[in-house]
Write a protein that binds this ligand. Sequence first.
Ligand code: MEV
Length: 295
Amino acid sequence: MRGHGGAPGKIILLGEHAVVFGEPALAASLPFGLEATVEVRAAGGFAIDAPTAGDDPRVAEAVAEIAGYFGILHASVGLRGELPAGGGLGSSAAFAVALARACAEASGQPLSPTQLDVIGLASERRFHGTPSGVDHSVCARGGIWLYRRGPPPLLTPVKASRALPIVVGLTGRKRRTRGPVASLGEKIERDPNRWRPLVARLGALAEGGARDVEAGSLEALGAKMNEAHGVLAECELSCESLELIVQAARRAGALGAKLTGAGQGGAAIALAPDPAPVLAAIRAAGFEARFAEIR
Ligand code: MEV
């Protein structure tokens, strides 16, 4: 019994971190992601071949939990793809979604969207502590969404009137989402009057950004991305590498550039109708970059 499943990565266009604290986030699937294969065996537990996941012990725990959901206790599991673990592009969420799909196929069981959400959220909790749920929700559905955490989560589809030309820059610096999320939570607890308005502003930018995407107003969207990056940096969620990528992208003509996801490493995104000079500038600054058309 064999099964195969795939899932895209994701970027957060606007609203990361704020979404953990009840504000909306504007997130989109990437045109690349992860593929999982599962071959059920009679005995021997799990043999996992997942080069991009490194030696993170939580991967084996998550594999056993997700496979167990389908009654699979022994299997060879393969994971391949273009999402670096801890890279800010939803690798853990895409892993859970792709693996659940592969296990469903291998076990011949149906997999409803609700089951996929339950499995995705449980796996994300293992990796990130208190996730908002935006990553796995977007990886499972694909497309662009305005997401507000639940229960129950509210997912509003956002229809782009024109594709979003996005350049993704990778710091190569792995980070865990748990730390940055907790550090903002502590700030809010310590001094809500200082930090709450910033979180609310990030949510308002996400809401406005959804309207820009629908209207095809790339200049307005880019301006919101720039403002959001400033707010995230004020929340101490940027880092030197992210700043280098963001500044290089802006200088090369991007309409907006910001960190995406948890920050303090991971990835940055730039809205770049003319992507070639932006790709070149980020690479010249010493980082990997790739283009993704988002729709
Ligand atoms: C991570 O991709 C996005 C964060 O907002 C965390 C979350 O929503 O769970 C930083």
